[in-house]
Design a protein around this ligand. Structure first.
Ligand code: 13P
Ligand code: SF4
Length: 338
């Protein structure tokens, strides 16, 4: 799995009239609801100027955020990469807490805000720094690769990070016979099948959204839609990935669809992904398995506006810990695709 560039050019809506912005979300936002949302959109666009702020939004954000106020959109890898280049005083992360923490690690001098502090992640919650220290003792000398979906405290205990977009490259870059890849058990197993020469040890963490998919779901969709192309995120169980036609990070899934242009496609991942690329691809039929990530869906135009008005909720990382966690993220960013 190679790292990919942003699937959709970074967006900047400053100066675009509101009716033109509405055209981008009209498939998902009924006209009657738009005036209330337009008020928040206009306020956010103005606040971004006065606060010298940018909004980084993950691919799972709802269309009314993704297509209206986001300056940069992408997968976890792209958001981490873009965070390094951001020229602003304030970064608002429309996504989940670990993404905001990663942005803060890479921008210690900037104010990083998350509109709702409760936007967590079941993978990040599945492991603590003490757990990683325990693994280090149990497996001395085995490099520890931590998925970015973890707290800064966990990153600080690891050797380097990975995302679903570069996990294979990161493992190969180590040239080690054995690697600990934590905490996503399914991602580790999916990487194991692509890198058989390395023994990959893992942890029992799962994504609460992707663990729900089963091979029976894929069989059912193939039966109902003969010839459909099935694309699965590597946080899905390996038997689901094995039944799919392609697997990759959210950006890689988007790129696959825009390049290969399947007639009918099912994206085995969070529901908003399909919504966000459907408008630009009217010739492709998106069949949607509607699993929503409750953490990603804590973001709204209302709380993004509030974040910019009140400069809350600020994400901070204690400096010593930040230095160690940053090292793990920077080592990941230095890995080149093979
Ligand atoms: P990506 O890095 O593929 O965007 O995945 C992040 C995530 O949380 C998927 O559940
Ligand atoms: Fe975490 Fe899963 Fe939500 Fe991604 S979709 S943020 S891995 S809980």
């Amino acid at each position: 799995m190679a790292a990919t560039s942003l699937p959709i050019a970074p967006v900047n809506h400053a100066g675009l009239p509101l009716p033109d912005i509405y055209a981008r979300v009209s498939r998902h936002v009924p006209a009657i609801e738009w005036p209330a949302l337009a008020d928040d959109v206009a306020a956010i666009l103005e606040l971004k100027k006065t606060r010298n702020a940018v909004i980084l939004a993950h691919n799972y954000q709802a269309p009314e955020i993704f297509h209206t106020v986001a300056d940069i959109v992408g997968d976890s890898l792209a958001l981490a990469r873009e965070a390094v280049t951001v020229d602003a005083d304030v970064i608002v992360l429309a996504g989940v807490h670990f993404m905001a923490e990663t942005a803060k690690l890479l921008n210690p001098g900037k104010t990083v805000l998350i509109p709702d502090m409760r936007a967590g992640c079941s993978l990040a919650d599945s492991i603590t720094a003490a757990d990683v220290r325990g693994l280090r003792e149990k497996y001395p000398g085995v490099p520890i690769v931590t998925y970015v979906n973890t707290s800064a405290a966990v990153k600080a205990e690891s050797d380097l990070c990975c995302t679903s977009g570069n996990a294979v490259d990161v493992v190969r870059s180590l040239n080690a016979p054995r690697v600990l890849m934590i905490p996503d058990e399914f991602l580790a197993q999916n990487v194991q099948s692509l890198v058989p020469e390395v023994e990959i040890l893992t942890w029992a963490g799962h994504c609460e959204v992707h663990e729900q998919f089963t091979p029976a779901d894929i069989h059912a969709v193939r039966e109902s839609y003969p010839g459909v192309t099935v694309i699965a995120h590597p946080e899905c169980p390996p038997d689901v990935v094995a039944e799919s036609d392609f697997s990759g990070s959210t950006a890689m899934m988007m790129n696959f669809v825009t390049e290969k242009r399947p007639r009918q496609v099912v994206l085995v991942t969070e529901c908003s992904m399909g919504d966000n690329i459907a408008a630009a691809n009217p010739d492709i039929e998106f069949i949607k398995p509607c699993n929503l990530c409750p953490h990603m869906k804590r973001m709204s135009l209302k709380n993004i506006r509030n974040a910019l008005e009140t400069l809350t909720h600020e994400v901070t990382v204690e400096p010593d810990l930040a230095d160690r966690a940053r090292l793990a993220v920077e080592r990941m960013l230095a890995v080149r695709p093979r």
